[in-house]
Write a protein that binds this ligand. Sequence first.
Ligand code: FES
Ligand SMILES: [Fe+2]
Length: 421
Amino acid sequence: MLTPEENERLTRVGPGTPMGSMLREYWLPACRAAKVEAEGAPERVRLVGENFVAFRGSDGRLGFIAEACPHRCASMALARNEGDGLRCIFHGWKVGIDGRCVDTPTEPEERRARFAANVPVKSYPVREAGGLVWVYLGRKAEPPPFPAFEFNTLGEGHVIPRRGLLHANWLQGLEALLDSAHVSFLHRRQLEVPPNGEVRKEVGYMRENGAPVFEFVDRPYGFTEGALRTQANGDCYARVREVALPFFSFIPVAPSWPGVVVCAIPIDDEWTAQWYISFNAREKLDPTWMTQFNRDAGDPDYFNSDMGTIDTMWNQDRAAMKQGHWSGIVGKGNAYEDFVVQESMGPIVDRSKEFLGACDVVIVRARRMLQAALDRFEAAGEAPFLTGDVDFASIRALSFTYPVGQDWKEIEAATLAAAAE
Ligand code: FES
Ligand SMILES: [Fe+2]
């Protein structure tokens, strides 16, 4: 559990808050890159309690500025995209792609250029990778090294990002991604009716042993979690998750499968963008691959738009539960079940009211690491987990079986080495 003060410190992300200041020091996924069309409508983006617009010029370059016009704060999402910048529809002031004010046509002509040059515009470094637009909202003149995760190095068709919107604080979103213990319960339906042959085998291991032993290895970027399930036949099933704090959880998958990474990005204190990013370096992804785990409402920017709210109890089907369905969140899949329980805690759960057990060891670990990170950030101004010598591209989560008695870390290293050849 956390005291109310500790909880506030970890959950509040608005401008000037400790966590909000630290999280602004990371590159943040803002929106799908395909959403921002050349000369198209500016895309509204809300992140860490502030509003922005992303836009693209005729040459494909991206701009990223505060939503409020630097003149009198009309929304720049309404602005005209002139190909080399956005022109506010209110009084015609124009901001270039590089974030400089380049025209203020309401000013007298003789001083217009000088006046425009002095208009302060809030503009931010922006990158495109992994099918996403990424932004740096921090205070440093030089943004941190870009997280060159494998999915950020892949070309079109090899990576597919989809976003769910969660009406809950970002830490609830992150904790759900780290909590391996709930799989045998909340997602029991998936365990009982597994999707297909290959997935079925892994699901069988999880069904056979619902109380894995956890082992951890500290990493510069966070930690590796081995969830180890001994099987009746004497083998052990290892699910090795990689956690790249503060946002990313790489889901363990068999070495031949596409990768999946999930992250919880704060929209504001009470809403979270939960990105599910599938990727495959070897071949182009089959877009239907993820649907065996999660069906959804079809909108890649809000795949859970039909999930319902507490007013409808998220469409929980009590009749199906009577007939044996565990969660009653029927016909969708794991992500909906995760979202529903997170939202049911309320927008910012009061962690002073919890009563934690052995299954929560990873949750406690992540909170301690985030608290320590905040301590260091407040003391020295440096956001941890960003050290330059991290080889982000080599971070891969794996699941595999091995004979009991061997070291899962050695098997993991050998499997990764073999996959890299
Ligand atoms: S508010 Fe945008 S130009 Fe006046
Ligand atoms: Fe889950």
